[in-house]
Ligand binder design. Structure first.
Ligand code: MTE
Ligand code: HPA
Ligand code: MOS
Length: 800
């Protein structure tokens, strides 16, 4: 266990007090006492204003069609119904597209997917609103059009939400042709539902003079403010969006909270009443999109060591009916196809297919996991073709430190700790010995098969849209020594507010208890970016530090003058001001003096990440401020008769630079890993192939991992490191990268399935590796080894 975490868990109050005010120490989440007591306020917990009305969305029952009419009168006559709103009621612009403007808030002219919001019913209570909205099928007059339901079909028609993207270095085809071995392969990767515990919700309350306040569970209050203002034809200063916290976002509330914010705000504006919109979980599934599923087609040339000499890859994704964030997601997928590996010759092509399904959006990793999954799939197959340990093949391809260290998009990989990190985990997890034990065990076990895998992660940190890498903060130091902090980031459980409070505590020498971080509010810090791309603490931590530093500098100058001491000697620590030598005074006394002397005790702060560049046409530049690294070893057992698999043990080693808060970081690493494992092993989305209806739209049909799915042996450690980039206290972002650690589980399952064929054939295992997928792969491997011709073909393929 990390020493820092040991002291956190210790009951010694002196140790706890000494650690309280610093960054780098493990502290409980700032709201933990409220979370566990059920006292943390979420949007639905806010006491309702008298006369609050409730909205429900009427959804399109068909995947594609011409919208002729909505029988508003029929809806209006339902019990409890106060109003019915359609696109025609929108006074301003009916659009909530995050990047491209192809996304009406309420359908107009056409319906584009089954589940699209077409109208809103506003009623005196939520049940009445939902009952009326459920009549959608009866009240909508739609002439059906033929839907396009798969990415492949859209691709064949050249139907995309954004132009195809290409990222090229060297001559991939020439390198493939000249390589000793060749692999051609196609494989698919499923999507994933964010499944935030708190669903989407917005509560809009009219204010004086045409203003509106919207309480919204969103990662992006400024975007919600923009959408609402734009929709109502108002200026942004009319619209206040507030979010104290979310019960999870995971990317699903980066852009797609806008339908809910928009409709609640529209109704509140039209009716002059407070309106709440809290969709049921099934509707949340039907309306919003999720992680982009991908299909890959790869052509690879490799040498005897398994080094990839040339790779050409097509990445096809189902973007859904609108562009949303898909261009940035695909950009990140292309920038993460390299994962931890140097690819001298590579040609990547990204296609974002437009289909008549939900619009896919941000989800932890934002395309990065999909891109990296592809190269890991290749590594595993190349290793099996060569009869080598996949870890050896991965290692042979690692980026170098001083050479072989430039990414396909031209950024040099600085601070590369991949090799030492992987070596450390290989040793501490006992990988080699366990691999040998597993081989021996499998030899005597005809039905149950074990597998093990070590997979690495490298993940680029920064928004891949440059201007988003900025943040602001306000720090208010009251004359009584208490401190109020507000910044542009949002709290979704990841511990951002705790980290920002620690940064301010450190800067001002305050004890943690003196600091309160308040709700994110578009009337306080303005023009903010989404809390996304794992940059929350990097950006807002730096902005808050900037604000706190200015206050400290003012106090320092004042104290030097007032108490006749050298400014360079003055220190703030433990709620005391050290004036040089033995002289010190309580901070509270100095604050009172400073207040009476009219010194400004509050400040704003700002931060913009330096040194970033990106040429979107050439797809070259320096999109990332730095990289985070990690590795995972997982061991599974697979039942080859039922296809069931169980994760037995996982060892994680993850690089968070100099941790701001090791307790929170360990939580993020473990949580990210489990979420990644769920994506690749059990979370399966199924749409009706003809109607385009999402059939897996509730926990009854969509299985996410629970505590029972965590491995019995679960060793998580933070890698001892410091950021080479000048990040906040040399820490590294931790929100998304650990999701990729989940790859180890899928590869361990593939290793177990591979043992069925004595590792002589590639197991065609799908992702997610559900029981059905595992059984299909086991059957395929058995069939392949049953025919000598198949084995000969596999051997031939390697020799080629
Ligand atoms: N952790 C919790 N508990 N809940 C969340 O919704 N979202 C993840 C990650 N960790 C999430 C989470 C995603 S998608 C991102 S981008 C980051 O947190 C955002 O927060 P950060 O930038 O402050 O790390
Ligand atoms: N991550 C999350 N959201 C984003 C990004 C990103 O890299 N780029 C633009 N929006
Ligand atoms: Mo996270 S997918 O960037 O919200």
């Amino acid at each position: 266990m990390n020493r820092a975490v040991e002291s956190f868990l210790s009951t010694d109050p002196a140790a706890a007090a000494a650690s309280a005010a610093r960054v780098g120490v493990p502290r409980a989440h700032e709201s933990a006492h409220l979370h566990v007591a059920g006292a943390a306020q979420y949007v639905d917990d806010i006491p309702e204003v008298a006369g609050t009305l409730h909205a429900a969305l009427g959804l399109s029952p068909v995947a594609h069609g011409t919208l002729n009419a909505v029988d508003v009168a029929a809806l209006r006559s339902q019990p409890g119904v106060v109003a019915v709103l359609t696109a025609a009621d929108i006074p301003g612009v009916n659009d909530c597209g995050a990047i491209h403007h192809d996304e009406p808030i309420l359908a107009a002219g056409q319906v584009m997917y089954l589940g699209q919001a077409v109208f809103a019913v506003i009623a005196t209570d939520r049940e009445s609103a939902r009952r009326a909205a459920a009549l959608a099928k009866k009240v909508l007059d739609i002439t059906p059009l033929a839907p396009v339901l798969t990415a492949r079909e859209a691709h064949a028609r050249g139907q995309y939400v954004v132009q195809p993207m290409h990222m090229v270095r060297g001559d991939a085809q020439a390198a493939i042709a000249a390589a000793p071995h060749r692999l051609r392969d196609t494989f698919t990767l499923g999507g994933q539902e964010q499944f935030y515990l708190e669903g989407q919700i917005s509560y809009a309350v009219p204010q004086e003079d045409g203003c509106l306040k919207v309480h919204c569970s969103t990662q992006h209050p400024s975007e919600m403010q923009h959408v609402v203002a734009h929709m109502l034809g108002k200026a942004k200063h009319h619209v206040q969006v507030e979010c104290r916290r979310m019960g999870g976002g995971f990317g699903g509330k980066e852009s797609q909270s806008s339908v809910f914010a928009g409709v609640a705000a529209l109704a509140a504006f039209k009716l002059g009443r407070a309106v709440k919109l809290r969709p049921d979980r099934d509707d949340d599934f039907m309306v919003t999109g999720r992680r982009h599923p991908f299909e890959f087609s790869v052509d690879v040339g490799f040498d005897d060591e398994g080094r990839l000499l040339g790779v050409e890859v097509d990445m096809l994704t189902n973007a859904g009916w609108s562009a949303d964030l898909s261009s940035a997601v695909m950009g990140r997928a292309l920038c993460h196809f390299d994962n931890a590996y140097w690819l001298p010759n590579v040609a990547m092509h990204g296609y974002c297919a437009r289909t008549n399904t939900q619009s896919n959006t941000a989800f932890r990793g934002f395309g990065g996991p999909q891109g990296a999954y592809a190269v890991e799939h290749i590594m595993d197959t190349v290793a099996r073709r060569l009869g080598r340990d996949p870890l050896a093949v991965r290692r042979a391809n690692f980026y170098g430190v001083d050479e072989r260290n430039v990414t396909p998009y031209g950024q040099t990989v600085e601070g590369n700790v991949m090799a030492p990190l992987a070596a450390e985990l290989e040793a501490t997890s006992g990988y080699q010995a366990r691999r040998a034990e597993i081989a021996a065990w499998n030899a005597t076990s005809p039905v149950l098969k074990r597998g093990i895998a070590l997979t690495p992660v490298k993940f680029g940190i920064s928004f891949n849209v440059q201007h988003l890498n900025q943040a602001g903060a306000l720090v208010h130091l009251y004359s009584d020594g208490s401190c109020l902090v507000n910044h542009g980031g949002t709290e979704m459980g990841q511990g951002l507010n705790t980290k920002v409070a620690q940064v301010v505590a450190q800067e001002l020498g305050l004890s943690f208890e003196r600091i309160r971080v308040t709700a994110t509010d578009t009337f306080k810090v303005v023009n903010t970016s989404a809390t996304a791309a794992s940059t929350g603490s990097d950006l807002n931590g730096k902005a808050a530090q900037d604000a706190a530093r200015q206050i400290r500098e003012r106090l320092t100058a004042f104290a030097a003058q007032k108490h006749g001491c050298d400014a360079a000697e003055i220190r703030f620590a433990n709620d005391q001001v050290h004036l040089g030598g033995e002289r010190r005074m309580p901070l509270d006394d100095l604050l009172l003096e400073a207040y009476l002397a009219r010194v400004q005790l509050w400040s704003d702060g700002f931060y913009a990440t330096p040194g970033l560049s990106w040429d979107p046409k050439a797809m070259k530049g320096r999109p990332f401020y730095y990289y985070a690294f990690g590795a995972a070893v997982s061991e599974v057992v697979v039942d080859t008769l039922t296809g069931e698999s169980k994760l037995l043990r996982t060892d994680l080693l993850h690089d968070v630079g100099k941790s701001l808060n090791p307790a929170i970081d360990l939580g993020q690493v473990e949580g990210g890993f489990v979420q990644g494992m769920g994506w690749l092993t059990m979370e399966e989305l199924i749409w009706h192939p003809k109607t385009g209806a999402l059939l897996t739209h509730a926990p009854s049909t969509y299985k996410i991992p629970t505590a029972n799915d965590a491995p019995a042996v679960f060793n998580t450690r933070l890698f001892d490191n410091s950021n080479v980039a000048d990040s906040i206290h040399r820490s590294k972002a931790v929100g998304e990268p650990p999701l990729l650690l989940g790859f180890s589980v899928w590869h361990a399952i593939r290793d177990a399935v591979s043992s069925v064929g004595q590792h002589r054939v590639d197991p065609p295992l799908r992702a997610p590796a559900t029981a059905e997928a595992v059984l299909d792969a086991v059957d395929a491997v058995r069939a392949a080894i049953a025919t000598p011709a198949a084995v000969a073909a596999a051997v031939e393929a390697v020799a080629q």
